[in-house]
Design a protein around this ligand. Structure first.
Ligand code: ZN
Length: 465
């Protein structure tokens, strides 16, 4: 299995150049947090295991809007430390050669608030009654000191003690909550390597219920008033999971959790082993079901197979958008060809000045990245045929599980699956140029006479409506 992290230092992400360090990587974050909902007061201890990737005399952790009281490195005082310009800089007592492992212990506190930047407000944010953390793309430092590059994946243990009226959802393997004096302590373990932006804390007056059925444990955390609507609107998520596991390979994590906030949200968002929806996304009529599919698909594309840097975000969003179409196709409410044609017409009516392999930071969340990314996959599928296409996708997921990837990695992967190279030529046209290629179509039966039998059976089990 290729491991992109052993290639040597990657550049600091050009889309968020003020974040992240390439001088070291993090192996593990151990966070102990205590949080008062009413006063928005956070007290934290972060024990971070880092590995120097070059000789370093200082370590820079992204941390925005919070104070640091105490730092130790390997149990000793560092030469000095200071928080400025959105970072905690720790000067080491002596230079650490490449390969050195260091344990950095940081005590910090404050009133966390969102990071304000070109993508609006991201990170730790107070809800009407609770907390949401939306880390993408630069919000992680609003609540813990980190190496905020998507390419720097690590494992986590996170404990949060808070008021007993609230539930805390982090994603990963939960422990049984423990009652203390005036608080309840929630603890989660995330054993799979995870980018900092995909770690999250959700706090609210949530009740947990598990979606019925066998297979991957699927938990929903919802305010009691939304329970019936959420149970209905997530009612087909288990079939979705079956379909995606068949098409993409096994679900990459342990359990999968969904949080529905009591507030409305502009957009849902993905985190590791977890997705977050607003109250407005569960209307009791499944009108946001495509988003349920989209966020679930991110567990494979974006979370397990992550981007090395933000420039490659089409690899997350193109696959997630295409997964919406695959879901519709299997419900038989809309064929994937029809969804592709609709998206194509939208793109044809838009400006064609975007290269999705490098859209630039301003436009990385532009809808054209999503739609054109999905159409790229559709064009590849039309060229390869269904069997070869889904074999290519499954191998992409298994080869790069827990790792990070670039567009070049994807093109190399495609080349190995298509010795004739037709799909590579098409993919390059869709990814590396701004003008719109012809509409790809799967067309009549033949190579596209449908997916394998098991998927057809999954589809039949689903009741459209
Ligand atoms: Zn997405």
């Amino acid at each position: 299995m290729p491991d992109r992290r052993r290639r040597g230092p990657e550049p600091t992400d050009p889309y968020i150049p003020h974040h992240g360090s390439t001088g070291y990587s993090v192996a593990h974050y151990d966070l102990d947090l205590s949080y008062a909902v009413q006063t928005n007061r956070l007290d934290g201890r972060a024990v971070i295991d880092v590995v120097a990737r070059e000789t370093v005399d200082a370590l820079r952790f992204d941390l925005i809007g919070l104070d640091v009281k105490k730092v130790s490195v390997g149990g000793r005082k560092p030469k000095r430390f200071a928080v400025r310009d959105g970072a905690l800089e720790v000067r080491l007592a002596a230079p650490a050669p490449s390969g050195t492992r260091l344990r950095v212990d940081i005590r910090y506190s404050g009133s966390p608030s969102p990071v304000v930047g070109r993508w609006g407000e991201v990170g730790w944010e107070e809800l009407t009654d609770g907390v949401i953390v939306a880390g993408q793309p630069e919000g992680a430092p609003s609540w813990f000191p980190c190496n905020d590059r998507p390419g720097d994946k690590a494992t986590y243990r996170i404990a949060v003690a808070t008021d007993p009226d609230y539930a805390v959802v982090v994603g990963g393997r939960p422990s049984v909550p423990r009652r203390g004096a005036g608080h309840v302590r929630w603890e989660y373990t995330q054993d799979r390597p995870t980018s900092p932006y995909l770690m999250t804390v959700q706090i609210g007056r949530y009740e947990r219920f598990d979606l019925p059925g066998a297979g991957v444990v699927q938990a929903a955390y919802v305010p009691p008033r939304l329970r019936a609507r959420a149970a209905h609107d997530l009612g087909r998520q288990r079939q979705m999971m079956d379909l995606f596991e068949h098409l993409f390979g096994p679900y990459p994590f342990g359990e999968y959790a969904v949080v529905v906030t009591d507030d409305d949200l502009e957009i849902p968002l993905e985190a590791q082993a977890l997705s977050i929806f607003g109250a407005n996304h569960v209307d009791g009529g499944r009108r946001s079901e495509r988003l349920v599919a989209h966020e679930l698909a991110h567990q494979w594309f974006g979370n397990s197979v992550g981007v090395a840097t933000w420039q490659h975000i089409w690899l997350n969003e193109g696959f997630a958008c295409y997964s919406e179409w695959l879901w519709w196709d299997h419900l038989r409410t809309r064929s994937v060809d029809t969804a592709a044609r609709n998206a194509y017409l939208g793109l044809a009516a838009s400006r064609q000045d975007l290269v999705i392999a490098d859209p630039g930071p301003e436009l990385m969340f532009d809808d054209r990245v999503y739609k054109r990314g999905a159409l790229t996959l559709h064009a590849i599928r039309a060229a390869l045929g269904d069997v070869a296409f889904f074999a290519m996708v499954r191998e992409w997921v298994s080869d790069h599980a827990d790792g990070t990837v670039t567009t070049d990695d994807f093109l190399d992967h495609l080349r190995r699956h298509d010795p004739d190279g037709e799909s590579v030529v098409l993919a390059r046209r869709w990814l590396l140029h701004a003008d719109l290629p012809d509409l790809p179509r799967l067309g009549a039966p033949g190579r596209h006479s449908g997916l394998p039998e098991r998927v057809a059976r999954v589809a039949r089990r689903v009741t459209p409506g």
